[in-house]
Design a protein around this ligand. Structure first.
Ligand SMILES: [Zn+2]
Length: 291
């Protein structure tokens, strides 16, 4: 069995026919490791874009790929045919975060009219896996360089943000934290559920009566004493969260609560933020507003 760590570079391009933007892939890089994590081979290819032949400056600055470089690239279909052959039958595909795999899928749909990626049978989100080994107190998602530094990898020896370099750096991260048993939990079979999950876009719930919401989420308790708080200003949805003002009789304090409920494919993410309201005696108390 092989582990293939893949990385893509893309250019954000406007598609006139659909009036939408697509991340058009311009480069693919990958490294193939055997089960002992030895590098067996690497893959690196530039892809000639068809939607936009001009690279955005962000991607030019980041990758140092030029418009002339991509002009000399091969067509997407040809590169992917070569890549599929190179991957072979018995491989686990890995990417740092699932953005690359989403982008690959959208390019498969657009250019190859395929709704799945044939060569990916098993998949690991390497970012998710490596994060299990990193102290993530202050970060939600570890970027590749950040994670590599946490894992004491000399990132200076991986200088460019080219696809192959990033796949090699991701492979170094995997080597640092490789654990067959722990990794096996992260290996996903690429079935219909896998694609449904990829297609799902997380969203913030805006309606208090959304059937996904348990009404008790709106009960408010004091974050200091834990007692039930009185509603001074009822929940109102603004700026991606529900906001309300409450009063705790026991602590004699007013506080504001921000409640953000986000729907992911198979879970709800509920975040509550409390903030103190400090009033000078001259200020009138907040009026009850039950709408
Ligand atoms: Zn209290």
């Amino acid at each position: 069995m092989y582990y293939i760590i893949m990385d893509l570079e893309w250019n954000n391009s406007y598609v006139k026919s659909t009036q939408k933007f697509i991340n058009e892939i311009i480069e693919i890089g990958a490294v193939k490791l055997n089960s002992k994590l030895e590098t067996v081979d690497t893959f690196s290819e530039l892809i000639k874009p068809v939607i936009s032949k001009k690279l955005r400056s962000r991607i030019k600055n980041l990758t140092h790929i030029t418009n002339d470089d991509i002009k000399g690239g091969k067509p997407f279909s040809a590169v992917m045919a070569d890549f599929e052959n190179w991957v072979g039958e018995d491989a686990v595909i890995m990417t740092w975060g699932d953005t690359d795999i989403r982008t690959l899928l959208s390019n498969y749909k657009m250019f190859l009219k395929k709704s799945s990626i044939g060569f990916i049978k098993k998949y690991v989100d390497l970012q998710k896996y490596c994060q299990c080994f990193i102290d993530m107190e202050n970060v939600q998602q570890a970027g590749l360089s950040y994670a590599a530094q946490c894992l004491e990898i000399d990132i200076e020896s991986f200088p460019h943000h080219r696809a192959l370099d990033d796949s090699l750096l991701s492979a170094e991260c995997l080597k640092k934290v490789f654990d067959n048993e722990k990794l096996s939990v992260h290996i996903l079979n690429c079935d219909s559920d896998f694609y449904a999950r990829l297609a799902f876009r997380p969203y913030v719930i805006k309606d208090k009566n959304d059937p996904l919401i348990d009404k008790s989420m709106f009960n408010c308790f004091c974050d200091i004493c834990g007692g039930k708080a009185e509603t001074l200003k009822n929940w109102k949805f603004t700026n991606q969260s529900f906001r309300g003002v409450f009063f705790c009789e026991h602590c004699n304090r007013e506080f504001r609560v921000n409640l953000r409920i986000k729907k992911f494919y198979d879970r709800l993410d509920v975040k509550r933020n409390y903030s103190e309201i400090i009033r000078t005696p001259a200020e009138a108390p907040v009026e009850e507003d039950n709408q």
